[in-house]
Design a protein around this ligand. Structure first.
Ligand SMILES: [Zn+2]
Length: 149
């Protein structure tokens, strides 16, 4: 059986909060989203949340060029090994601009985070209301990363 996960993550990939605030945010989310389960995950390290399906296309947010997938995979490995994605900036092969791997244009949104709220099998699309609920609560912008496994 497949599982539909909608993850809400802060745009700042190193952002973390305390346990009580995260629990309170889950309760607040439960008021605006009907789902099988809503939970949170927090780690001392940064994790990569993918879109669930194969990534066939990534482009540069500065010049729009396609990012070679083998280059991206190599940089992912290097950043994981060096500091577990704490620093994500890279000089792009296309235009030499410095870009965070978190800001690349992924075919479907992907993202890096230390804090993640997961909505499992929502009854309807998780909309802007849920994103704003978290953004206002924590005073930092959130976004969604959706995956079906
Ligand atoms: Zn570029």
């Amino acid at each position: 059986m497949s599982e539909h996960l909608v993850r809400l993550i802060p745009r700042l990939h190193t952002y973390r909060t305390n346990e009580a605030s995260a629990r309170a945010a889950v309760l607040a989310l439960q008021k605006c989203v009907k789902a099988e389960e809503i939970s949170f995950f927090q780690s001392g390290q940064v994790e990569f949340f993918d879109c669930g399906s194969a990534l066939n296309h990534i482009s540069c947010p500065r010049c729009g060029a396609a990012v070679p997938l083998d280059w991206w995979q190599q940089k992912m490995d290097e950043h994981y090994k060096s500091d577990h994605f704490f620093v994500l900036e890279e000089d792009m092969p296309c235009c030499s601009k410095t870009v965070s791997l978190n800001d690349l244009r992924y075919e479907a949104p992907c993202g890096f985070a230390s804090l993640c709220f997961t909505v499992r099998d929502p009854e309807e699309a998780v909309g802007q209301e849920a994103v704003e609920c978290l953004s206002e609560r924590f005073g930092i912008l959130f976004r969604t990363v959706e995956a079906v496994y």
